[in-house]
Design a protein around this ligand. Structure first.
Ligand SMILES: N[C@@H](CCC[C@H](N)C(=O)O)C(=O)O
Length: 276
């Protein structure tokens, strides 16, 4: 099968985007891993499928696969690229696009300056999804097996996130602790692990170890999760700039029961074809 794709990125979190509206296809995990492979395939952190709507009131359906081949519930940087892609491809002319995901519907707003704002949904703290009940204050949690006790919070942005407070994000043990926490039994479906350095009530620095990928240059849902946890800890305000290795996202959250808003760029890099 010859597959047409588009390479895109959001602050260096990169994607192979596939039009599954005009191209009929099903991809298996092995094919996803091949597309994501930086040496033998195209190379990306996630493969994104643009599909016809499945949920009432939505314009499209959005499916997300990590580089390891696993399908996941949500991807924030990918959502901005999704908006840019469906507009560039003439699949819609709308400025506001409602998109169904495995985690429910999200709303994408293409702004006049080319940036995309995404209503990412209401953060969830359901203990069956996120068993770590440390969200409200800032206890030290003993991660066990040799890990130091650190402040850690957990939240679902549709996908599971752990957020750790660190003094200096440049020195954070992302590659060492990230994979250990990702697979801790605390998180039945694994977790993305953010290392957050607070600089001011409206500014954090963040590195994220992504489930199914490894450390990425940016993680949109990770930025939302860090802003939410920092606000619940009483250390961040409603509007927070999140500096990631690939660039800066703006996150707005009014508080519990409210949706999180994420704003940032989406970049198209090239189009290609590959035989699968
Ligand atoms: N890069 C993403 C998150 C992608 C999914 C994640 N690795 C997971 O397994 O949940 C983002 O920008 O949010």
């Amino acid at each position: 099968m010859r597959l047409r794709f588009t390479k895109m990125h959001g602050l260096g979190n990169d994607f192979v985007v596939i039009d599954a509206v005009r191209q009929r296809l099903t991809l298996n995990a092995e094919q996803i891993r091949y597309l994501a492979d930086r040496h033998f395939g195209v190379g990306c952190d996630q493969v994104l499928l643009v599909e016809a709507p499945r949920i009432d009131g939505t314009d499209f359906h959005y499916r997300i696969f990590n580089a390891d081949g696993g399908e996941v519930e949500q991807c924030g940087n990918g959502a901005r690229c999704f908006a840019r892609y469906v507009r560039d491809e003439g699949l819609t002319q709308a400025d506001q696009i409602r998109v169904g995901t495995a985690a429910g519907a999200i709303v994408l707003q293409v702004r006049a300056d080319g940036q995309v704002s995404v209503e990412m949904g209401i953060p969830r703290f359901n203990p069956t999804e996120i068993p770590l009940q440390v969200r409200n204050r800032a206890p030290a949690y003993d991660l066990g097996s040799g890990c130091e006790a650190m402040r850690i919070g957990a939240v679902s942005m549709g996908n599971p996130h752990a957020v750790l407070a660190v003094g200096n994000v440049d020195e954070a043990p992302v590659g060492e602790l990230g994979p250990r926490i990702e697979r801790k039994s605390l998180f039945p479906h694994g977790a993305n692990v953010g290392f957050m350095e607070r600089r001011a009530s409206d500014l954090i620095r963040l590195r994220v170890w992504e489930r199914g990928v490894g450390e990425t240059l940016a993680c949109g849902t990770g930025a939302c999760a860090a802003a939410v946890i920092g606000r619940l800890w009483g250390e961040l305000g409603e509007s927070v700039q999140v500096q990631l290795p690939g660039g800066t996202l703006l996150i707005d959250w009014r508080g519990e029961g409210e949706p999180v808003m994420m704003t940032g760029p989406a970049t198209r890099v090239f189009d290609g074809e590959i035989d699968l």
